[in-house]
Design a protein around this ligand. Structure first.
Ligand code: ATP
Length: 397
């Protein structure tokens, strides 16, 4: 079993007279066999969290309960966890076979034949049988990472801990290894905690993702929960590519219909959105994902006038950078549209796709409509999580 509860984990570092709080009260209940991804920008505390779980750092406070036992004071080798590092950390003087079987030699009483048998099985799983007699400097980055993964797998631990294991590989190999790693993890069914700064990796690999910022856990949930129902503006902006657009707006409640007022447009709210935000705060931020922006007729309800600044064609879609009210925003439109810089467009933000955040705290007040069964393509993510509804566009005549 590999049920891991992380309770109020805190880690402070002392730097001369300063105290750096690298991890500030991290809590998570990670179920046996679950694939959890820790994601966030550089310096947010991902690696420190993982290193505390591994036992490579001592937490300042907090508990780590593995299958009912608090392991926080146990040495790393007694925790039944195997870590895979970004830089592979292979022993340079050992062959791939020796690197893989070394852990077994140190931590079990298996004889050489048994160790070799296990190593052969794992090498076959990783597709590196031909490389077993080579030393690390004779292997490519991808091959070294396979050996490093093999070294973790051969120990059959309760928990895998992986710190950006794919980030030294080129983009194509990274995508390939991502898929392979996912299927290996699924087959082995071992609890896995995986650190990355890459939101695409997090979205595609994790059963759940934990989004960190400034040492604090912002949200933990399934990729689609974090994507559609972000708890705050940070999560909304970090998850999804290109990022969500944010507009500083004021709420005008004087007219017949409550309206969000921006320098470049006025946006009439539906009842559900208004009910969520009324009486909450005095400053609001309207959020809309680039793929939820539609081209519409000039006289459409809630029409927003925009000027094309730059277009980045990707083939199937184009990222179109728009000037709205003097600031730049992004729309993901169908690749068939040919748009020139300076061209005037009318776009709209569908009522059921907008998010509204507290303009002071960043907390989400209203999230877009989302049902668990909805099938939606996530731009910036290689594999769709369901059937695509495509980019919705209503072209002006
Ligand atoms: P990256 O993606 O760049 O690796 P990260 O999210 O993994 O970043 P951490 O490496 O966990 O972030 O660092 C979190 C914070 O703790 C940073 O401010 C970092 O400078 C600080 N930190 C980490 N290790 C130490 C240390 N040994 N001594 C002092 N400060 C440290």
């Amino acid at each position: 079993m590999g049920n891991l509860e992380v309770r109020d984990l805190r880690k402070e570092f002392r730097d001369n007279d300063n105290t750096i709080v690298a991890v500030d009260g991290f809590n998570a209940d990670i179920k046996d066999g679950e694939f959890i991804v820790l994601v966030g920008p550089s310096g947010c505390g991902k690696s420190t969290t993982l290193r505390c779980i591994a036992g490579l750092e001592s937490p300042t406070s907090g508990e780590l309960v593995l299958d009912g036992e608090n392991v926080v004071s146990q040495k790393p080798k007694h925790r039944d966890m195997a870590m895979v590092f970004q830089n592979y950390a292979l022993y340079p003087h050992m062959t791939a076979r020796e690197n893989i079987s070394f852990g077994l030699k140190m931590s079990t009483d298996m004889d050489k034949d048994e160790r070799n048998k296990r190593t052969d099985e794992v090498a076959e799983m990783m597709g590196i049988e031909e490389l077993l007699n080579k030393k690390p400097d004779e292997l490519s980055g991808g091959q070294q990472q396979r050996v490093a993964l093999g070294r973790a797998i051969v120990r059959e631990p309760e928990v895998f801990l992986m710190d950006e294991p794919l980030s030294n590989l080129d983009a194509k190999l990274r995508t390939q290894m991502r898929t392979e790693l996912q299927s290996i993890q699924e087959n082995l069914d071992v609890t896995t905690i995986y650190v990355t700064h890459d939101q695409t990796e997090a979205m595609t690999m994790g059963d759940r993702i934990a989004v960190l910022n400034g040492g604090e856990l912002q949200q933990i949930g399934t990729p689609l929960e974090c994507y559609h129902c972000p708890k705050n503006r940070f999560v909304a902006g970090f998850i999804g590519s290109p990022s969500m657009n944010f507009f500083d707006v004021e709420l005008d409640e004087d007219g017949a219909t409550p309206t969000l007022v921006h320098e470049g447009f006025e946006y009439e709210l539906d009842d559900s959105t208004y009910n969520d935000i009324k009486g909450t705060t005095n400053r609001f931020t309207l959020g809309i994902r680039p793929e939820d922006i539609n081209l519409v007729r000039e006289d459409a309800k809630n029409a927003v006038h925009a000027t094309v600044e730059v277009t980045e064609p990707l083939g199937d879609v184009s990222y179109v950078y728009l000037d709205i009210g003097g600031d730049r925003y992004t729309a993901t439109l169908e690749g068939d549209f040919v748009l020139e810089p300076g061209q005037e467009l009318t776009v709209s933000f569908p009522n059921d796709r907008i998010h509204v955040f507290d303009g002071n705290t960043g907390d989400a007040l209203h999230n877009r409509v989302h049902s668990e069964n909805e099938t939606i393509e996530i731009p910036g993510v290689g594999e769709s999580q369901g059937t695509s509804t495509g980019v919705s566009t209503e072209q002006a005549d």
